[in-house]
Design a protein. Structure first.
Length: 372
């Protein structure tokens, strides 16, 4: 059986740290907590779980802090988590089994990162990360913001998920967003050279702040640089499209969505559902239905490393198909698509309202409720 060091960087996490550690403390052999400047009770809480609590002065680089945390590991493998991550019960069992059976020749094990769930428990955003890595390989973190671990060698993909359960308080959200955004802003002011990855993630930060024109500029810088990860280039096109939609430039939005095909060669649900919506808002329901149907047929590759948004191939296109077919006069097909959406979101008020209306109009019930 392998041994595992848990390595974490934390700051002001007294409200979440115990929740995280309680899901993993019985699996790992060592817990290392690196505090980057807490002013609450984080240190005291951490010491109830481990005496391996260290301090590191924040240098405006997440990669540097993670590298510092990795230095304290003494076991064969390193597992890293954030304070707002947890392992669900089933994933705890899978990780324990992996610990018992992992071939020591493996240098890294990737795991899913499930970044949020909807009200029905469906994963909102999923991607893979190298999560359990061999200590003796001395893998190094890079990137000041949206850091990444430079991993090579014998890598295997597991079906274990780390679930990100963010607690959004105004103070926490403002702090996290501000730190990452300020890192990019400072790099820009200092005239530092941006990598294609930097341009992509700076574009994301700008888009989330509603700075759409500058966000598009950064996405184009990423694409024009030509040496970025192809998956980032795909999502740069998607990000541009979202910016153009917010700016009500629907032709530019559509152009960016079709540009994404250059990088994936075959359509992805994230692009197809957006194309469907572009046509839907133009009342081009036949065209919209075509793209929504395609989105609903496509399923993410379980070994895909880049961002995957399951909603775009599950409930969302089916809900929109309900609307499109209703507008086209095919109420039976509208009802069928709504029922398909209901399998994913059984308590969604929109879907339940559609169900009542369509059952009434199709003579399946005496209910009358307006929606669709």
């Amino acid at each position: 059986m392998i041994t595992i060091s848990l390595c974490m960087i934390v700051k002001n996490e007294e409200k979440l740290l115990a929740r995280c550690l309680d899901t993993v403390k019985h699996i790992v052999d060592e817990i290392n907590i690196v505090d980057t400047g807490s002013t609450d009770g984080t240190e005291e809480l951490a010491r109830t779980y481990t005496d391996r609590v260290f301090f590191y002065k924040w240098t405006n680089s997440y990669a540097a802090a993670r590298n510092e945390a990795f230095k304290h590991a003494t076991k064969e493998y390193i597992l890293y988590l954030d304070a707002d991550d947890v392992l669900l019960e089933e994933d705890q069992k899978k990780l324990m089994e992996l610990k018992k059976t992992l071939d020591p020749s493996v240098d890294s094990v990737s795991m899913y990162y499930d970044n949020g769930v909807d009200e029905a428990g469906n994963v909102a955003l999923r991607y893979r990360r190298n999560r359990l890595v061999k200590r003796e390989k001395n893998f190094i973190w890079g990137g000041d913001a949206h850091e990444y671990l430079n991993v090579f060698g014998h890598i295997i993909n597991s079906d274990i998920s780390i679930t990100h359960k963010k607690e959004f308080t105004p103070e926490k959200a403002s702090s996290n967003t501000g730190v990452i955004f300020s890192i990019f802003e400072q790099k820009e002011k200092d005239g530092e050279e941006f990598s294609a990855r930097d341009y992509f993630y700076y574009g994301n930060e700008l888009r989330e702040k509603g700075k759409f024109k500058k966000s598009i500029e950064q996405y184009n810088f990423h694409i024009d640089k030509g040496d970025g990860w192809i998956e980032d280039s795909f999502h740069a096109c998607i990000g541009k499209a979202d910016c153009y939609r917010h700016m009500n430039q629907l032709d530019k939005e559509l152009e960016s969505l079709f540009q994404s095909f250059v990088y994936t060669h075959t359509p992805r649900p994230e692009a197809c559902s957006r194309i469907g919506y572009n046509y839907q808002v133009k009342a081009m329901y036949t065209e919209a239905a075509f793209w929504y149907e395609l989105a609903a047929e496509l399923k993410p590759d379980p070994n895909q490393w880049s961002f995957s948004y399951p909603a775009y191939s599950t409930w969302y296109p089916n809900l929109q198909l309900c609307v499109c077919y209703y507008r086209l006069g095919d109420k039976q097909k509208s009802y069928e698509k709504n029922e398909m959406a209901r399998t994913y979101l059984p308590k969604d008020e929109r879907i339940l309202a559609n169900k009542k209306l369509l059952e009434s109009e199709l003579g399946l019930t005496n209910s009358t409720t307006e929606s669709v």
